[in-house]
Write a protein that binds this ligand. Structure first.
Ligand code: FAD
Length: 446
């Protein structure tokens, strides 16, 4: 077993485990503060790899994520210029009618960004700091909460051990860092797989142009199914089909794929192409989606979890990465507050961040359940109408949940509380209205 001593010039060593989106960004935050930063990633360097395996091809980047990128000077040049603004959602009805629903206020938009490109840019940015070292092909196997000693598996069966003052677990939903937390007392953990899976399909350009209007997040809501499409710089769209696994499994031939699309997404067939659909549907199996909640996020002054390692959320609010990026800002703010004293910063981080990450996990799950309600009842429709009315009469109150989550840094749990308050007001209003109407009717009757 080869051993490497990381301590240089008496600077504290921060080991970031996982060089995905959150890990790579976090490395920049710690490097900016002057720590010796060592990043350990199980995969090879994706900037050199021929094929980059992973989840969704593109993602929606919104205010929280952009603010975090700005903190490390990366928002505009590298990321925003390579993103495609989506000013509104475009709802595709079964008949093929398209109706836009704008986001927030006029001029507000979210960005469609390429996941692989964003990750590569973040790695390159981290590497520009002389106090950062990226170690690829290092898979964390075990670590000690007492000493900070970590053991990594290397290709060809060898192992390496290294030690750090702080271990930052950014190793995703199935975190190896988190395993150590599970062995300890008073650590809360829950994970839920939803019955839906997702599959990505590509809509190629038509005559060199986007096949649909590019500045929209296209949505085909179909009760228990849903398809969305986000634009890419190469003028393709990545369509993501969300559907219960049992429905995916019912389709086993090309003809059945076309039959299914004809029934639910007829306008998408000529756009994706029947032959492409027949082929691409069977290229990869549908992927699972998991929601992970845990607390606390730290062990003593040695280790902290961020990003999906702390809170994997289902993707129906487009907030997983945005929340992970915001984790980095919140931690940074607390580092300022407590003068970089890990023994004070880590517990404070758990105290502040757990309620917010749990709130966005719940909200994303609520959105998932809501999107899959079979019958949109009249009462439900009426409540939504009242929501919209209150927001248009009282925009300064900022009570629109989507607006607060997507376009502000209002703490997630506060956004949820305000939204519950608004619901309560509407329900009471409805109740009062109904009682008033009943009393009036009774009076007239008499
Ligand atoms: P990951 O991206 O999972 O990165 C973890 C890294 O750790 C990986 O590089 C992995 O190789 C490495 N690793 C794992 N184990 C080890 C180990 N033992 N040792 C060393 N390294 C290890 N979020 C949004 O904000 N907007 C969206 O529009 C959006 N869309 C989504 C669509 C889908 C279909 C899905 C599934 C998710 C979506 N998300 C979205 C969520 C987003 O993908 C995640 O929140 C984000 O990737 C989390 O980043 P992360 O760095 O924490 O984890």
């Amino acid at each position: 077993m080869e051993e490497s001593a990381l301590r240089r010039e008496d600077k504290k060593v921060v080991a970031v485990v996982g060089a995905g989106l959150v890990g790579a960004l976090n490395a920049c935050f710690f490097a900016k503060r002057g720590f010796e930063v060592e990043v350990f990633e199980t995969r090879e360097d994706i900037r050199k790899a021929k094929v980059v395996k992973g989840r969704s091809i593109n993602l929606a980047l919104s205010h929280r994520g952009r603010t975090a990128l700005k903190h490390v000077g990366m928002e505009d040049k590298q990321i925003v210029s390579k993103g495609i603004p989506m000013n509104a959602r475009m709802i595709h009805s079964l008949s093929g009618k398209q109706s836009p629903i704008p986001y927030g206020k006029k001029g507000q938009y979210i960005l469609s960004v390429d996941r692989a490109n964003l990750n590569k840019e973040l790695l390159t940015a981290a590497e520009t700091y002389p106090n950062t070292k990226l170690n690829f092909d290092h898979k964390l196997q075990d670590w000690s909460a007492e000493t900070g000693l970590m053991t990594f598996a290397r290709p060809h069966g060898s192992k390496t051990q290294t030690q750090a003052d702080l271990i930052v677990g950014c190793d995703g939903a199935f975190s190896a860092v988190r395993k150590q937390f599970l062995r300890r007392s008073r650590f809360n953990y829950s994970q839920t797989y939803i019955p839906h899976g997702y599959m990505e399909l590509t809509m190629r350009p038509r005559n060199g142009e986007f096949a649909m209007k590019p500045n929209y997040l296209h949505i085909w809501p179909r009760n228990t199914f849903m398809m969305i499409a986000l634009p890419n710089l190469d003028k393709t769209f990545t369509c993501t089909l969300f559907m219960p696994f049992e429905e995916f499994e019912k389709i086993s031939t090309g003809d059945e794929v076309i039959e299914f699309f004809q029934k639910y997404f007829p306008d998408a067939i000529p756009l994706i192409g029947a032959a492409t659909l027949r082929r691409d549907y069977f290229r990869l199996p549908a992927q699972a989606m998991v929601s992970v909640k845990c607390s606390p996020y730290h062990i003593g002054d040695k280790c902290v979890l961020m990003g999906d390692a702390a809170h994997a959320v289902v993707p129906f609010y487009g907030q997983g990465m945005n929340a992970g990026f915001e984790d980095c800002i919140v931690f940074d703010e607390i580092m300022n507050q407590f003068n970089e004293d890990f023994s004070a910063v880590l517990p404070e981080y758990s105290r502040v961040r757990v309620p917010d990450d749990h709130a966005i996990a719940d909200l994303a799950m609520y959105n998932y359940v809501e999107k899959n309600r079979k019958i949109k009842s009249f009462v439900h429709f009426f409540l939504k109408l009242l929501d919209a009315l209150i927001n248009s009469f009282h925009p300064s109150a900022n009570i629109d949940q989507v607006f607060q989550v997507t376009f502000t840094r209002t703490r997630y749990h506060v956004a949820v509380e305000r939204w519950h308050w608004q619901d309560k007001v509407i329900n009471r209003g409805l109740l009062l209205g109904a009682v008033g109407a009943a009393a009036g009717g009774f009076y007239l009757l008499i």
